[in-house]
Every structure is written in C-alpha cells, then in structure tokens.
Design a protein. Structure first.
Lengths: 254, 241
C-alpha cells in the first residue's frame, strides 16, 4: 500500500468528524488526537521494527521486549495502586510469562528464533498479560474490599492469610480469565481475529493464517491463567503482616 | 480482682488513622469468669478484642495471655485458644454444617456428625439445621451458630462482641443462658461487650467500664449499682451514650 492510498483512507476519519460536527457530539478533538497519535505511534513502531528486523541482533530484540514490559507495567500499575510493591510484581509477572512462552516456542522449534516472530508474539503475550493483569487487579481489590468480614472471620478462627484470602483469590482469577476462554469459544464465528485477517489481506494462505492464529490463541490461554495466578500469589501476602494481621482492616470501633 | 488473671493489659496504647483509640489501658481479666465490657460507642471496646485475638498489635504496652507476652505466641495457635464472635455473625457461603466445621477445615480436618449435633444442641439449635443454608438463618440463629463455631476450637477464652444487641428479647435471653452454660460446662473465660447494663449486672461476674479509649472503673459487677466515678454514674443513669 502506498502512502497516497493510505492517505485516502483518512476518509474513514472524516466520516466520524463530519457526523460529530453536524450532530454536535463534541468528539472532534478526541478523534483528531486519536488519529494523529495512532499515525505517529504506529509509523514509529513500523520503522523501529524494520530497523530491528534488518539488524537481526538479539540486543535490539531484548530492548523491544523491555520497552513493551515497561509500557505494560506503567499502564497496569495504576489499577493495583493499593497493593504494596505492585510495580515489581507486574514486572516479574510479565517477564515470567514472556520467558515461559518463548522457551516453549523456541525450545520446541515451534517458531524460528528471529525478530520477525519473537517481537510480534511477545507483543501479543505482554499486551494480553497487561489486560489480564488490569482485569485481575480490578476484581481482586474489589473482592478484598467487599469480603473483609470473611477475611477477618477466618483469621480469627486460626486460619492462615492464604486461607483467609483464598476464596477472593480464586474468584478473581476465574473472573479475569473467563473472558479469554469465552471469547475463544466463538472465535471465527462472529469475527476473524485481527492477526489472521491481517495475514490473509497480506496474501498469506488462509490455512496457514489459521494455524498461526491457533498458536496465538493457545498462548493467550496460558498467558491469561498464568498472569492471574502469578499476580494473585505475588499480591496477597502484602495484604498481611508477619503477625498474620490483615492490613486493609478498617477500624469500625464501637 | 482476686482470681488469677488469664489476660492482662499493661499500659496498652493503640492508634489508627491518627486516632488514639486505646489510652494507657491497664487491667486484667480473671480466668474462668465472665467479665462484661460496657461503655458508650467509640470507647475502644472492639479494638481491645482485636488486640486480645492478635488481629491487631498495640503501638506500646504489653498484653499477656496466661502470663506470656502475646507476641511470643504463634498467631494461629493463639487465635484457636482465644475465640471471637462478632455482632455481625459473618457466615461463609454454604450450609450450617460447612460454617460449623470451618475451624476444623482450616486445620485440614472434618467435623464428626455427633460433635456437630452436640454443639448445635448446646447452643439451642436443632440438628435439622445442619444442611440448611447459613444465609437463611435468623439473626438469633446466626449468633448461636457463630458461638457454636467458635466453640469448635475449644477456646480457653471467648470474646463476645455485642452479640445480643440486634436481637429480640427472647433470643437475648437464650444467648444469656448460653453464655452462662458455656462458662460452667467448659470453664471458658468469657469477655463480653454489651450495651445492656442489666446483662452486665446479672450475668457478668466482673465489669470494665470504658470511655474514650480509657478504662474508667473495674470490679465485681455489683459496683454498677453505686459507681465511684462520676462519669460512670452518668453512664449508668443513661445520661451518656
């Protein structure tokens, strides 16, 4: 696709702008900002990727992955601000899931050890892990908040912190992973996944595109479950101190 | 108090969120007796319970359980020996049986049916309740189950936090009888927070009066008939709340 052709696609931006202006929806400013940002960010990434692919050097691959982890951490940490040390917990989770998936993919020769495969797959793994992390942290902090009485009860009966938080932890892990599992049940029926569509448009064999998409889907299943479990087990101990006291406890003294 | 102390507070201070909740609390609770804790709202009574159960730790001072500093106990062991039943009578999702056996499940064990039925009988609940959902119980029934659940651990000390305040007169009376029965049958030391001075006089062997985080007056409950402290007198007359 040439830049001229690409510029014609701006028609798809003009349509919402015109509608917004006509109907006084007030979306013009945000639409323009979103368009400009997406053009700059994606073009920049495109050029960076081209450079990294040409260089074929592991240092650049490593830097790209670190950049992804840093951006994902920055984005997700706000959702878990109430959990002590959430930044490093997210970093550990993202590194763990990235190492795990790449070890399986490269170790079993499923994908070749080139930037062309490692970087896009890492992007999908870390990106998905970030979304899952946000979903998990949202749910977990809400569960902990709303079940303080049960946590208090179990501790008071001689339960350990892990026992006191167990049901909230399981509920949060389930709630955050269910969307991934559910969406995979209907995939291909309602919409074609983005990566697969992209490959087909670029001229790839649809069956091969499906094979890669399945690979990604299976990886995302692991990512979803491992992210939630890792974050959960890294996070819950910080809710208690060494005397097994619940630190989020509020004083409702009478 | 002449009996041997099972719980002792020595100059205990506790603050949270910038509030000085317990101020230089000193005193003891005698072993095998029922001590009631009375005082207006915000006196720090519930916080004192959480300190006894090691759910919180004081910033200064010392708490001794059977003469040993509370910090030297393993929290899990301590909490099995110092049971606590709260006004909220929180239940986990599930049946009466699942709630009753919770303290044992936490230790990787299950409750024997006979023991479960005996406990329910002790607190005045029929064994037919065992398979009912705990959420369906009335306020009084929940309180009874909450006490029975605490008894599963055979605690040496039982802390009861306003367990009758939201109950009707009949249920209140049942619980009062139950407290006396537990004290006699198991020799359990009972510390009971209540707003009801009649309960303190009739059931409590000893009473602590707390106000604004301080212990104002203690002694055999009969002192409530003629307290020495002016503020306690006002409280007894119902002029403070």
């Amino acid at each position: 696709m040439s830049y001229l052709t690409l510029s014609i696609t701006l028609i798809f931006v003009l349509i919402p702008l015109t509608l917004s202006k006509t109907l006084k929806l007030g979306l013009e400013k945000d639409t323009i900002i979103a368009t400009v940002r997406s053009i700059i960010q994606l073009l920049a990434v495109g050029y960076v990727l081209q450079y990294v692919f040409d260089a074929e050097h592991y240092i650049f691959i490593g830097l790209m992955i670190l950049l992804m982890i840093a951006a994902a951490t920055q984005n997700a940490r706000r959702k878990g601000a109430s959990i002590q040390g959430i930044t490093w917990k997210l970093i550990v989770t993202f590194i763990f899931i990235e190492v795990l998936t790449q070890c399986i993919l490269l170790g079993l020769n499923i994908t070749p050890p080139t930037a062309q495969y490692i970087i896009p797959i890492s992007g999908m793994v870390i990106g998905n892990s970030m979304v899952l992390g946000i979903l998990f942290l949202n749910r977990f902090t809400a569960e902990v908040e709303s079940h303080q009485d049960e946590t208090e009860l179990i501790l008071s009966l001689g339960g350990t912190p892990k026992q006191a938080i167990h049901s909230q932890l399981i509920a949060s892990i389930k709630a955050s992973t269910i969307p991934t599992i559910e969406s995979q049940k209907t995939i291909g029926l309602v919409q074609l996944p983005g990566m697969m569509s992209g490959q087909i448009i670029a001229g790839a064999d649809p069956v091969q595109a499906v094979q890669f998409q399945l690979l990604i889907l299976f990886i995302l299943l692991t990512t979803a479950v491992v992210t939630s479990i890792a974050l959960g087990f890294l996070s819950y101990p910080t809710l208690f101190n060494e005397r097994m006291q619940f630190l989020k406890w509020e004083d409702n003294d009478s | 108090m002449s009996n041997q102390a099972i719980v002792e507070f020595k100059d205990v201070n506790y603050s949270a969120d910038g509030l000085h909740i317990l101020k230089n609390v000193t005193g003891s609770f005698p072993e095998g007796k029922i001590t009631t804790l009375v005082g207006p709202s915000g006196a720090g009574k519930s916080t004192l319970f959480k300190l006894c159960n090691a759910l919180k730790s004081p910033q200064s001072g010392e708490i001794l359980i059977k003469g040993k500093s509370i910090d030297n106990y393993d929290p899990v062991e301590l909490r099995r020996n110092v049971g606590i039943a709260l006004q909220s009578a929180t239940m986990i999702k599930g049946t009466v049986l699942e709630n009753l056996e919770l303290p044992l499940v936490l230790q990787g064990k299950n409750i024997e049916k006979g023991f479960a039925e005996e406990l329910l009988h002790d607190v005045g609940l029929s064994s037919e309740f065992l398979n009912r959902s705990a959420k369906e119980l009335s306020g009084g029934q929940r309180q009874k189950l909450s006490i029975a659940r605490t008894l599963v651990n055979y605690p040496k000390i039982l802390l009861l936090d306003e367990i009758t305040s939201s109950l009707d007169r009949v249920s209140q009376h049942d619980i009062e009888e139950l407290i006396v029965k537990i004290n006699k049958k198991y020799g359990t030391t009972i510390i009971w927070i209540t707003h009801n001075l009649k309960q303190a006089l009739e059931i409590g062997h000893y009473t602590w009066v707390m106000m604004n985080g301080e212990v104002i007056e203690t002694g055999e409950s009969s002192f409530l008939h003629s307290p020495k402290n002016e503020r306690v007198l006002q409280f007894v007359k119902g002029e403070l709340d």
